[in-house]
Design a protein around this ligand. Structure first.
Ligand SMILES: [Fe+2]
Length: 413
């Protein structure tokens, strides 16, 4: 890795209806965002906890140096910033990677006494922080405090030669936090303490420029009986709304089951489906997650692409393993009737195992990877939206049966 400390990009934030600086830098426009992630206009005036969008998703890794290479070589991300012993951070290495408007930050302990060591021992590789960009950190923290949320970092200014970031954090499910960042007065590549970085990695010829452009949603898995508490947390503390697709208790196969409800911030950039296990004949996939993650945490990250066929082809060529979809899924006349016309022949989807779902607003294409790390916990979804603002409700049964087949192979069903 080559790291360079230099001047960053010019960043400016106005209000929640505009594109974020990260989206403008990624050359996305409002209509694209609307299609990619279901962005909606809303009035932030009465929002007690205005959230602009995602800031970054922070992962803890058992080997951040290698994970950072994986996200570049496999997921087509670009290294943009770095913090580590070479620039004064003796505790851990931290690599900031970017694809379109979303940043992933991969942290791994250098110091054997780093807090990250214990976090990784307990949870394995996973998401430690779902950081959100907010226009007013203090307003959000005042709100969170007044309704009894746990503040894990009081608001503070952190400054370097690129400017000042206002930052704070609140606790959410498990050991996961939401760092709140106002970067309107900051022009550095990520946060103070990081320097601009680049890599010698060269993308394979013919590979699309980016394999995903944005982050669509992050699913949280919580314990049995806790889903509604967390829905209430997001409603009451963060002013999130319940999305139209508010899934009831209909998510079950013959064996394992779960319940799920979806909350979103005002403009719908940030969407959190929240799952809890349901009692069924065999072990729920959520129970498997809770056991191996040692408690609640982020289960899957759905990344938005405008060309899922190309992205899946490239990712498969890069070695990503996706869940299998049986041919019977595509041959079901009911499915064919329900999905109507989509932009490619069903055979093209079948070849790649891509799922399709339609609702009153349009359709979506989606596919799920197998777990990305050693433990059966975090995985990714690729999603291509065409009007649908849902989460693929019509595919849950097929998806869960595919997950059960994998659970069974792991001896966890
Ligand atoms: Fe999803």
């Amino acid at each position: 890795m080559n790291s360079l400390c230099g001047l960053g990009h010019s960043v400016s934030m106005t209000d929640t209806l505009d594109l974020t600086a990260q989206e403008r830098e990624a050359n996305l426009d409002f209509d694209q965002l609307k299609q990619l992630v279901g962005l909606v206009e809303y009035d932030a005036k009465n929002d007690p906890f205005p959230v602009t969008g995602w800031d970054a998703i922070v992962f803890v890794s058992g080997n951040a140096t290698q994970s950072a290479q994986y996200y570049q070589s496999v997921w087509g991300m670009d290294l943009v910033a770095y913090s580590g012993p070479e620039n004064g951070n003796r505790d851990h290495k931290s690599f900031v990677l970017k694809s379109g408007s979303i940043k992933f930050v991969i942290k791994g302990a250098v110091d054997p006494n780093s807090e990250l060591v214990e976090h990784h021992r307990k949870h394995g590789d996973g998401v430690v922080d779902i950081a959100l960009e907010v226009p007013d950190v203090d307003k959000c923290i005042d709100r969170a405090r007044s309704v009894g949320a746990k503040i894990v970092r009081e608001p503070e200014d952190i400054t370097d030669e690129h400017g000042t970031v206002r930052i704070a954090a609140i606790a959410t499910y498990g050991d996961t936090v939401h760092t709140l960042v106002d970067r309107s007065k900051y022009e550095g590549p990520y946060l103070p303490g990081y320097c601009e970085a680049s890599s010698t990695f060269v993308k394979r010829e013919g590979q699309p420029k980016r394999l995903f452009q944005a982050l669509d949603h992050i699913v949280g898995n919580v314990e049995l009986g806790k889903m509604d508490d967390w829905v209430t947390f997001y409603n009451k503390v963060m002013g999130f709304v319940n999305m139209a697709e508010f899934i009831g208790d209909d998510i079950a196969t013959d064996y394992s089951a779960l319940m799920s409800k979806v909350v979103a911030n005002g403009n719908h950039r940030v969407k959190f489906p929240l799952n809890e296990p349901a009692v069924a004949k065999k072990k729920s996939q959520i129970d498997e997650y809770l056991e191996f993650y040692c408690g609640p945490g982020a289960q899957h990250l759905a990344v938005a692409t405008n060309d899922i066929l190309n992205s899946v082809d490239a990712l498969r060529a890069n070695g990503v393993e996706f869940l299998d979809t049986p041919d019977s899924y595509y041959e079901d006349p009911e499915l064919r009737a329900r999905i109507g016309n989509v932009r490619v022949p069903v055979e093209e989807l079948q070849k790649r195992g891509i799922l399709v779902d339609r609702d009153e607003d349009g359709y979506l294409l989606q596919i799920f990877t197998k777990p990305l790390g050693d433990r059966p916990t975090v995985f990714f979804e690729l999603i291509e939206r065409h009007g649908s603002l849902g989460f693929g409700k019509g595919n849950f049964k097929a998806l869960f049966e595919a997950i059960e087949r994998e659970q069974d192979r792991r001896g966890n069903l």
